[in-house]
Design a protein around this ligand. Structure first.
Ligand code: UN1
Length: 489
């Protein structure tokens, strides 16, 4: 039994106990085991954190970008050195496997490193002027105080990909992580603080969902970045927009994988498995819909069903386990409810479908589930994001229909296409309305130097990462620059 860790908040450079009600994170594989506990931040703590971020913003904005970057680079090294310990804590608190947990910590380090080096890249641009003796310069300045609201499913990587660019471009931050994963939030804040971040530049508040509203309603807020559920995101985005505060919100996905008859089927089945079941399907980029060509459907689905049934599900910290639990009881029961509804609406169960009995029943486990849907029949499981290890399947008679089915969603985050035909791949790039398209790889995954985000209703506001992050976390000043002596006019 591992010791329970005390939770604290970071306000103005000091770690403090909260002043609100008790909060605890528990191990979703063994809910009786508390991972971390403490007191939530109270209402006045939001004011104090916003005041600290406001007081720090001028000094941090004036700190040379190179120096700001050095802090991120040192934090990256700290995370790398502690990746196995933090990966274990992540697996215990969130439920993804140890390998995924450790991988995520290293990914956070990679993101910090990318933005840590960005201070040494171009900071603006210069244009020629149509007027003699003048140059036009476009400079970038930080927005100011950024509210960061992050989800449970990537407890360290998503915060890193919001906080690292916010800080790198000179902003200060008030961060509210999902209250199910406060320990990993503390770990990231600790790494940044140990790396030398000045006081007030990053403030961490562990609190209830309503604290997101307090942050967005706060008059000192200059920008908001959010990842999480569609309902919460739209609410926060509309409040921010109503106050004229720039907002970036990354929300739902109902991502399709298309497997055509000319695909490398071994590759496709392996990648669809990863897309659907890694992190127990709890990714906005997870593959939750599969569209498979008639000619190969019987063989492909037999193999997929077999592999899903064979996945080793259990305590994610046990070596050899492929899939852990979902985050909490509310998630477990709503996902199981979604499966039950699909079955009652005529879905054919190719794997999973029923709740676990025995040892796994005590944790928040959902069996990896593959549901084949009747042709031409609209089903909730086809349209609604369940955020769990559930893959719904449709067969298709033509490539055109496959592309249309892929677009049959209000969301447009990511998609995967399996084919060896370059012509088909090229037309899919034009036809599939998504922010991220994978050709012959799974639908999840993101690199720090390229834009991340969706088309259609998957997100609101600018995308994340790469140059997109710079666009969001800075505003430009266009400077018409002439000498003062009139000589060259
Ligand atoms: C990934 O696909 O590796 O919340 C990252 C999410 C996304 C991140 C996905 N914002 O699942």
């Amino acid at each position: 039994m591992t010791a329970t860790i005390g939770l604290q908040h970071l306000i103005n450079g000091a770690w403090e106990d909260g002043t609100g009600s008790p909060v605890a994170s528990s191990n979703p594989a063994r809910p009786a085991e508390t991972v971390a506990h403490g007191l939530q931040a109270g209402g006045p703590d939001v004011d104090r954190a916003m005041a600290a971020a406001t007081a720090a913003k001028h000094g941090w904005a004036r700190t040379p970008a190179h120096e700001r970057g050095l802090v991120l680079l040192r934090a990256a090294a700290i995370l790398e050195q502690s990746a196995s310990a933090l990966g274990l804590e992540l697996a215990r608190e969130e439920g993804k496997t140890l390998a995924e947990g450790e991988g995520e910590v290293l990914r956070a380090a990679q993101i910090l490193r990318y933005y840590g080096n960005d201070g040494d890249r171009a900071a603006g641009s210069i244009y020629s002027s149509p007027r003699r003796g003048e140059t036009i310069m476009v400079t970038r300045k930080p927005l100011g105080v950024i509210g960061v609201v992050t989800p449970f499913n990537f407890p360290i990587a998503i915060p890193a990909w919001k906080i690292a660019p916010a800080l790198a471009y000179g902003n200060t931050v008030v961060w509210k992580p999902a209250s199910t994963v406060p320990l990993l939030a503390m770990r990231l804040a600790e790494a940044l603080q140990s790396a030398g971040l000045p006081k007030g530049v990053l403030n961490l508040l562990i609190g209830p969902g309503s604290m997101g509203n307090s942050i967005v309603d706060h008059p000192a807020l200059d920008g908001l970045t959010f990842t999480g559920s569609t309902g919460v995101g739209r609410n926060l985005a509309s409040k921010a927009a109503g106050r004229g505060v720039p907002v970036q919100a990354e929300m739902g996905g109902k991502n399709a994988a298309i497997v055509l008859s000319d695909a490398d089927l071994d590759l496709a089945v392996e990648q669809v498995m990863l897309g659907a079941f890694r992190s127990s399907g709890q990714k906005c980029t997870a593959t939750s819909r599969l569209i498979v060509a008639d000619e190969i459907a019987d063989d492909f689905l037999t193999e997929l069903g077999k592999r899903a049934a064979d996945l080793a599900v259990g305590d994610p910290t046990t070596p050899g386990i492929n899939m852990g639990p979902v985050i909490n009881e509310a998630a477990r029961s709503s996902i199981q409810q979604g499966i039950n509804t699909a079955i009652s609406q005529g879905a054919n169960v190719l794997a999973g479908g029923t709740p676990y009995a025995g040892d796994l029943a005590a944790g928040y486990f959902i069996a990896p589930t593959v549901l084949e849907l009747p042709r031409d029949q609209n089903q909730d499981v086809w349209t609604q994001e369940l955020f769990g290890p559930v893959l719904s399947v449709r067969r298709t008679g033509s490539t055109q229909e496959a592309l249309e089915l892929a677009n049959d969603s209000e969301f447009g985050l990511s998609a995967a296409l399996f084919t060896q035909d370059i012509t088909t791949a090229l037309s899919a790039i034009d036809e599939i309305d998504v922010g991220i398209l994978h050709v012959n790889s799974e639908s999840a995954g993101a690199d720090p130097h390229v834009p991340f985000g969706g088309a259609k209703k998957s997100g609101y506001g600018p995308k994340e990462q790469g140059d997109a992050a710079k666009e969001f976390f800075t505003h430009t000043t266009t400077v018409y620059l002439r000498g003062g002596n009139n000589v060259s006019r």
